[in-house]
Ligand binder design. Structure first.
Ligand code: NCD
Ligand code: ZN
Length: 350
């Protein structure tokens, strides 16, 4: 069985930097025509000049036979000023500004501590149509980790929409029924991305037979009812919910340790994983809109014209891939995937 769809885009990915780029850029470039690249490097990508340099480092790792465009983002800090937004917009290579509440996730230490201090910067973004990409979790240690997204919607996002009704917002990697409802009922200026892992797993996956660091990411996996809400909105074909893998590789030893990093790596088989999730709920016909049309429409970019083919041809996901002088453990390591994306490359395993 074959499934031919417009070539997809990934509207949220971590490609990292340095040697790590060599492993993961070819994988994302094989799967996707374009990708919104997260700026949470160390130090973070806070200026257009840094984004330009980072873009060049990414492009240097794109295989010669693959067409791939990285769409760059800036990391919003308490000090991002409207001038930086103007430079970003003029560059034509920056396509979003990322809000990490300080302390919310990996490398978010330089994130925003007080959003109300950024009103003129957000006004400048609204004015030129540059979207705000939101990690939607409160960082308050008093709020249960499983509730941090839902509380963020009430405490932060709702007032933000009231203050900046024209600001275009992508609520990234949503994980709860509350976020589904919020975005569905919000104006057309608000959209959401959904990862493959939040469509495939509920929080039991974190504790199956023992603690599973490779299923730990932020926002953390939630209860089954939330996974079902995510699947249902994708299955409904709603155009403001689209693909963002949040593929977030960490070297194995950074995850398999007493205090492991958050992040699930899915770039090796992103489309195959999404196809698996949608097929299981009878919504494979919604894959193309979700993966290849809706994101481009929201970001006001042309849809891709090339196509890709997924084939029913079972294969076993390698136990690990080479990464940053060591290895990264991919989602589904050692398991069989029934779908295979036809493409030019296979990747070297360790
Ligand atoms: C991401 C990372 O590792 O950079 N981790 C994650 O669990 N998703 C950061 C993020 O997007 O929250
Ligand atoms: Zn992310």
């Amino acid at each position: 069985m074959h499934l031919k769809i417009t070539r997809p885009d990934d509207w949220h990915v971590h490609l990292r930097d340095g040697d790590a780029l060599k492993s993961v850029v070819p994988m994302t470039a094989r799967q996707f025509a374009r990708a919104i690249v997260m700026p949470n490097l160390v130090p973070p990508v806070t200026t257009t000049a840094q984004a330009q340099a980072y873009r060049a480092r990414i492009l240097a790792e794109v295989p010669g036979d693959v067409a791939f465009t990285p769409l760059m983002t800036l990391y919003l800090t308490d000090n991002t000023d409207p001038g930086e937004i103007e430079r970003a917009q003029a560059s034509r290579i920056v396509h979003g500004v990322k809000l990490y509440p300080a302390g919310a996730t990996t490398n978010s230490e330089s994130g925003v501590t007080d959003l109300t201090g950024l009103d003129t910067t957000l006004d400048a973004m609204a004015e030129c149509g540059l979207p705000l990409l939101v990690h939607g979790e409160v960082t308050d240690a008093g709020v249960d980790i499983f509730d941090r997204e839902a509380v963020f919607l009430e405490r932060v996002l709702s007032p933000l929409l009231d203050r900046h009704p024209k600001l275009r917002i992508v609520l990234e990697h949503i994980t709860t029924e509350q976020a589904v409802r919020f975005v569905r009922d919000a104006p057309d200026t608000v959209a959401a991305t959904i990862t493959a892992h939040h469509l495939l797993y509920n929080r039991n996956a974190l504790f199956r037979g023992g603690i599973r660091p490779h299923h730990y990411c932020l926002p953390i996996l939630k209860r089954e009812q939330h996974r079902e809400a995510l699947l249902n909105i994708v299955a409904s074909g709603h155009p403001r919910f689209f693909l963002g893998t949040d593929s977030a590789p960490h070297e194995r030893s950074a995850k398999e340790t007493a205090c492991g990093c958050a992040g699930i790596f899915t770039a090796h088989a992103a489309l195959e994983l999404y196809a698996t999730a949608l097929e299981a709920c009878g919504a494979l016909d919604r894959l193309e809109g979700f993966a290849s049309h809706f994101g481009a429409d929201f970001y006001r970019m042309p849809r891709n014209t090339a196509s890709v083919t997924l084939m029913k041809d079972p294969w076993t996901v390698p136990d690990r891939y080479r990464f940053d002088g060591g290895a990264v453990i991919p989602l589904g390591a050692g398991e069989t995937l029934t779908w295979r994306l036809l493409g030019p490359e296979s990747h070297s395993t360790v």
